[in-house]
Design a binder for this molecule. Sequence first.
Ligand code: CU
Length: 87
Amino acid sequence: MKKILLALIAVAAMGNADQLTHLKIEGMMCPACVKNVKGSLNDVAGVKDATVYLKEGKAQVTSANGVKAEVMCDAVKKAGYGCSVGK
Ligand SMILES: [Cu+2]
């Protein structure tokens, strides 16, 4: 519930425009890893969708405008994977 509320506040504060963020993910070995990374990205307030590419080791995140890539990366790192901002 708290998470949903935070997400709503984040979205309201940042307007309607979506932004696309590219992240480099390290340490994914199998589809379960993809699921973990995807889940952790989706838990970030303001994130609407995340597409994770196992072989390429990257993620594309659609979020409300203004969600920081660093915050997304922190969530990925918390899940146990390496993350850096960029393609
Ligand atoms: Cu795995």
